[in-house]
Design a protein around this ligand. Sequence first.
Ligand code: PLP
Length: 404
Amino acid sequence: MSLDHAHVQTRLVHAGTPELKQGAGPVNVPVVRTSTVRFADTAAQARMNAQRAAGERVATYGRHGLDTHQALEQAVASLEGAYRTLLAPSGLAAITMVLLATLAPGDHALVADSVYSPVRKVDKSLLRRYGIELEYFSPGQDALEPLIRPNTRLLYVESPSSLLFEVLDLPALAATARRHGLLVATDNTWSGGLYYQPLALGAHISIQAATKYLAGHSDVMMGVVSVDSAELARRIGATHDALGLSVGADDAYLTLRGLRTLDVRLARHQANALTVAQYLASHEDVARVFHPALPQDPGHALWRRDFSGASGLVSFAFDNPDPTAAARFIDSLRYFSIGASWGGYESLALEAAPERLSEHSLWKQLPDKQSVVRLHIGLEHTQDLIGDLDRAFATTRGALRRSA
Ligand SMILES: *Cc1c(COP(=O)(O)O)cnc(C)c1O
């Protein structure tokens, strides 16, 4: 079925759907688990090995992933407008794979200072030992050009960022990077690929922690890397092979199952989060709300220009210098679980400690370094969520007063 001109909602439903064999078949792709791939004869084996060597998406061994994996790859590639998508066992593994595939000893890469913080762990514990240098920069207007060196190979960004949701001007950054021959990679987890199209805005590589919105049910770890060319598919594919990365067919199935409902889930996450963000913005105990769909957010204009929607993440800073306020607040919530990750159907709360924020340029610009709470707004009714938040504010205030 050609989906070339179909809307994204239609592609989410139909991309990667199995063909009918002998006149009938299931709606969903089967879970094809295997290690060994069997060949009809040695000629077939030789032919498929040659196809694989030439860069075709052919599985000659279980690690390459068979029908279930391929269906997920096709659906994500359709979503991201990509030439091809590769799977990794987690979002972080996907990021590491891209950095290892695009950088070599002696190379330099420019990285937005607000990126998902474990990227710094990859840098310190792995890339540095191989003579690769990452340099973090504040990605404002005209910031990039002066930092590009003869050995700079990659620009790596994330928009909006994970904790304070800084929105970057990707078209401008990518245009500068491309003028200097850099590759441009971006982490697109926040939008689920539905509300943001980095490959159309100048990136060569779009990465997602499919663990979050694509899978959408907090029950699977998965990373996806979408690329815009056969050359990048070959390069990143070779690193994928060399690292022996492999994901289980059951996990690929669960991720594809989640992806089918991405549009309806994200629409509700978006609406609920905006309602909660507006509530927070009007609350006397809140100094500042971070959510690009709010008109007062510094990223709002860029978000409106480049994005077609927002996700369920909202952060806020307390109007209270007490460093224990965030922890007290979170401990008094009922409907919000305490935990990292996000993108499932449930609401979550997490304290974003100043140590984690200290490297963000937006954080450095804030006058008071209050505690920040990051909320993921799930699919519950917003009246219940706001009632819960209201109670937590009242409890926190009471506790603070008592302890004063
Ligand atoms: C969660 C997350 C990752 C890492 O994904 P995992 O699947 O948890 O390894 C990467 N980038 C962003 C923006 C994330 O939120």
